[in-house]
Write a protein that binds this ligand. Structure first.
Ligand code: SIN
Length: 283
């Protein structure tokens, strides 16, 4: 096996070289990259040149692909493949309104949430547009015992858009909205592969905390969120054309940045890998 790894200068993140993702991987290589993902939570494979079917085949090494929630931002010929493109983004006061600003985990309102999300960078602006990740396993581990007791055994219903969402999601009519799942998720999940406990937060989608008065529930979510997004838990990915980055949605939250020149083009293609229904860390 020719896989080489270099740890990112952060609690999470690993650069993986020595693999050409346009080619089939061996069983050992597949097992190794899945092991690395479960441990390091964010992997970057630099210098790849993948067309959409090659990207799909590469990411299937991590598991079956999962459709994007909306087909508005998917490739017509490859509906599993989403895209993040500067060209579709509205502007407010000259600033691009990017999707995914504010830390979150993908599709948390689904009964079976994505194990992982992957992006392949095809065009990158000359500055800005990094993607940030925070380690929600480490964030949970660092809570004191009282804070752990406060959030374990708690659940929140995740919906299309929380009444207190800090960001706006795609506008849907009633018929579309009726098709979007709502799912009760633990505040602290057990990672399905590693067994590690992790905070499971998505302030854009959480409808308070079950069994708590509304304001108290949202205050708890906010407190955990502010704790989890501290720089000490962060890996910040600076994109290069050709990067394939994959992250584990059960171990990290991520956020996009709109801090680049809106006249420059940023274009990444996107896939999600199906996971399993999430379980609480402690029964
Ligand atoms: C996302 O796909 O969640 C956004 C990441 C990015 O475009 O930086």
């Amino acid at each position: 096996m020719t896989i080489q790894t270099k740890k990112a200068d952060a609690v999470i993140g690993m650069e993986v070289t020595g693999l050409d993702l346009s080619k089939p991987l061996s069983t050992d290589e597949r097992a190794e990259i899945n092991r690395l993902l479960a441990e390091h939570a964010v992997l970057c494979f630099p210098g790849q040149q993948l067309n959409p079917p090659q990207f799909m085949a590469a990411i299937e090494n991590f598991g079956p692909l999962m459709p994007q929630q909306h087909d508005k931002f998917t490739l017509p010929d490859y509906p599993m493949v989403g895209f993040n493109s500067t060209k579709d983004l509205p502007r407010k006061n000259g600033k691009l309104q990017v999707r995914g600003e504010n830390y979150h985990t993908d599709h948390s309102n689904f009964p079976v949430t994505p194990k992982a999300t992957a992006l392949h960078a095809l065009e990158i602006p000359s500055y800005g547009g990094d993607t940030q990740f925070v380690d929600v396993r480490r964030a949970f581990d660092d809570l004191d015992e009282a804070a752990k007791a406060e959030c374990t055994q708690r659940f929140s219903v995740h919906v299309h858009q929380s009444p207190r969402s800090p960001r706006s999601f795609i506008a849907l009519n009633d018929e579309q909205l009726a098709k979007i799942p709502r799912t009760r998720q633990p505040l602290v999940i057990r990672h399905p592969d590693s067994g590690r406990p992790a905070l499971y937060l998505n302030t854009g989608r959480m409808e308070g905390v079950e069994g708590m008065p509304e304001d108290e529930g949202y205050a708890l979510i906010e407190k955990l969120y502010e704790h989890a997004i501290q720089p000490k838990y962060e890996y910040r990915h600076k994109w290069r054309v050709g990067d394939v980055v994959i992250w584990d949605n059960r171990s990290v939250m991520h956020q996009a940045n709109a801090d680049y020149d809106p006249e420059e083009f940023r274009y990444l293609i996107r896939l999600m890998v199906e996971g399993v229904a999430l379980e609480p860390a402690f029964h």
